[in-house]
Design a protein around this ligand. Structure first.
Ligand SMILES: [Fe+2]
Ligand SMILES: [Fe+2]
Length: 309
């Protein structure tokens, strides 16, 4: 496996595969979450309300690009005789492309822009759900859009919608555990998609991916257990800190694996049925997004919900 730990060194021909803006110009892979009401003292009453507020504009920019790319992946996976769905996928590519331009120029997420964005996300959720229903009911030829992929991108859109509709600050520990349960499922599924898209002859990479799948299945199960235990509202939960450090370590490795797979595909050194290398860059960006959220939340949880300093 090629070492490729720094995607800031963008391969020369990468833009051939990225129809939208480049990775750097998006600029929200780190520090895309803004904290307010930062706690200084773990025993202070303020820690009970240690709230985190997302920078909604940056979130919207990140997720709108993701939505545009989902529509592209759907299009690439649809059989050529499903012209109605293909047209609809193109419609969403254009819709989110236009919204992204408006988001780039906006200083605040409000008014018509927010309304249009919510409507667009609701519409793409319904489109993904419709395709999934058709697939489950065997009403249309499935093409190469796996049902789990359609469900996966539908869930990502649901998350975006909930961020737009109720970006309500929560307790940092609860927020951390919720994000871990959400993202670890996403990370596990990314690995499953990669395994099913690699050529069977890519045995070494499939073996590495299998090891990741086992690790992330285990982490997801633990995250769900911890989320459930947190319902009793413990004042301190040191185990979550240790667990999160483990999640960061493993997600960083997975992120590097995705970046390396992207580079190999760009260089035409990988055998697969991946429809576009952009898919590998897309899942790498989602891993970076998860890491950036952990980077912000973990110190808050250490301060407010642990006896560790
Ligand atoms: Fe996605
Ligand atoms: Fe994803």
């Amino acid at each position: 496996m090629k070492e490729f730990n720094d995607t800031k060194e963008k391969p020369d021909n990468q833009d051939n595969y990225i129809p939208v803006d480049d990775i750097e110009s998006s600029g929200f892979q780190v520090n895309n979450v803004v904290l307010t009401n930062v706690c200084k003292d773990p025993d202070s009453p303020g820690c009970k309300e240690c709230l985190c507020q997302y920078n909604r504009l940056e979130e919207a920019r990140f997720w709108s690009r993701i939505m545009e790319e989902h529509a592209l992946f759907i299009l690439l996976g649809l059989p050529c005789d499903q012209s109605k769905h293909r047209e609809k996928a193109k419609f969403f590519i254009n819709l989110f492309s236009g919204l992204r331009k408006r988001l780039d120029e906006a200083c605040k997420l409000e008014g018509d822009l927010l309304r249009d964005l919510i409507e667009a996300v609701k519409a793409i959720i319904e489109f993904k759900a419709e395709l999934l229903r058709h697939n489950i009911e065997c009403r249309k030829a499935p093409g190469s859009n796996y049902p789990l992929l359609l469900d996966h991108i539908r869930r990502e859109a649901e998350r975006f919608l909930s961020l737009l509709q109720k970006p309500v600050p929560q307790d940092s520990l609860e927020l951390l555990l919720e994000q871990e349960a959400f993202w670890l499922r996403i990370m596990k599924e990314h690995i499953e998609f990669v395994i099913h898209l690699l050529d069977p002859s890519e045995r070494e990479l499939i073996e590495q991916a299998e090891a990741f799948r086992k690790t992330f299945s285990r982490l997801l199960e633990t995250a769900r257990d911890l989320l459930s235990m947190n319902e009793v509202r413990p004042k301190n939960f040191n185990t979550v800190i240790r667990f999160t450090q483990d999640v960061v370590r493993n997600t960083t490795q997975l992120r590097d694996f995705k970046a390396a797979a992207f580079e190999l595909t760009i260089l035409c050194e990988l055998l697969s049925i991946v429809s576009t290398p952009l898919l590998l860059d897309h899942i790498r960006r989602e891993a970076d997004k998860f890491l950036s959220e952990l980077e912000v939340l973990l110190p808050e949880v250490i301060k407010c919900h642990s006896t560790l300093q």
